[in-house]
Design a protein around this ligand. Sequence first.
Ligand SMILES: [Zn+2]
Length: 404
Amino acid sequence: MSTHDIQSSELWEVSRRLINFDTVSAHSNLEAVEYLEDYLKEIGFTVKVIADDVDGVKKASVLAWFGPSQPGGLMISGHIDVVPFEGQPGWKTDPLVMETDGKRIYGRGTADMKIFIAQALVAAKQVVQQHQDFKRPLLFVFTYDEEVAGQGSGRLIKMLPQFFEETFPMPEMALIGEPTDFEIYSAHKGYATFDLVVRGIGGHSSVPKKGMNAIEKMGDVIRIITEIDRELEQRITPENTQLFPECPPSAFNFGIIGGGLAANMIADTCRLKMSLRVSPGDTSEEILGTMKDRIEREVTRKMREFSPECAVTIENLHATPPMKSPQQSPLSALLSRVFNKPVEHGAPYGTDAGNFQHIGINSYVCGPGALEQAHQPNESIPVEHFLSGQEKVEQIIADWCVQD
Ligand SMILES: [Zn+2]
C-alpha cells in the first residue's frame, strides 16, 4: 500500500484528528471528547459524556453504546490522554501531527493509544453499517487521566454501577487496546505512587542531639520497607510466577529522594518519592497499611517523644488495583482466535482494566504498537498494525455482537 493509499482512508483521518488534539493529561480533553461524541452519534450510538473538573481543568469521559439494552455486551475501552512531549528531546516531527514514512506512523499517542481508539470507531461504523440488528450490545468507554495512575477511570467507576443499573446493563467483558504488539494479557499488577515525608527538627550540626535528623530517620523507614519487600517475596504464588515471570511478587521502588539544606545543618525534612507494584491477590491498602503501622511503631513514636512536631506522613497517594481475569473465557478465546496468540502472561504495566475489573468486568489488554514505543520521542506504530488493527476489531465486534 502506498503512502497515498494509507492517507486516504477514513482510519487515517480519524487517527489524524485524534492525535492533533493536545490531550496531554494535565490539559483539558473536551475538544477531543466533542469530536468522539459527534462521530459516535453520527454512526448511531447513544452517547453520554461524563464531565469532571480536575484541579480546575475541565475533562470528560465518554460512554457510548449500540445494540439491545441487555446484559452480555462487549466493552471496548481506551484512554484519551497522552503523556507530555513538551521538553522531551529527540522528536524529529511535530508530536501533534500524524505522519508516515510508509513503514511507520509517527505522533504522540500513535501507540498509546489514540490509533486504537480510531480503529475501534471506524470498525464499529463498518459493522453497524452492515448489521443494524446487534444481538448483543457494544459499549465504548473512553477515559482521561489514565497516565496519572488511572485517576480518570478510578473516578468513573464510582458512578458506573449506578449507570449500569439505571441506563445500560453492565457488559460481560472488556477489551482495552493498550499497546501490546497484539499480545493478549489477562492480568497486570496494580500500581501506587506516593511520597513519604519525614519531618524532623533542624539545627547546627555541631550539636546533633539538639535536633532530629530527618535523613537519618528516613534511613530507618527505608530499612522497614526493605524488610516488607522481603516478606512480600515469601507470598509468591505459582499463578503470579506464571503471569509475571520476571518479578512475581508485589514490589516497592525507591524513585527520588531529597532533603536537608547544607552539610553542616541537621536535615529537618526528607522526602522520598516511591511506587509500589501490586500483584493480583495483594492490595495496596493492605501493604501500605502494614508499612504505616511499622513506621509508626518503630520510627514516628520515638520521634514524637523528642518533639510533637516530628512526623512521618504519606502524601500524594494515587493507586489503581491489580487486574486478573480468567485465562479461559469467551472473550479470551475470541481474542486468541482473532490474533492467533495464546493468553499466557500478565502485562508489564498497569491500565484502566484494574479499575474496570474491580467493579466486576473481566478485562483483557491487547492492542497495536509496542510498549517500547509508548511515552518515547517519535512514538510510532508499524503501518501493518495500523491497517490490520481495524480489521481485527471489526472481527471482534461482529463475532461478539452480531453472530449467534
Ligand atoms: Zn496507555
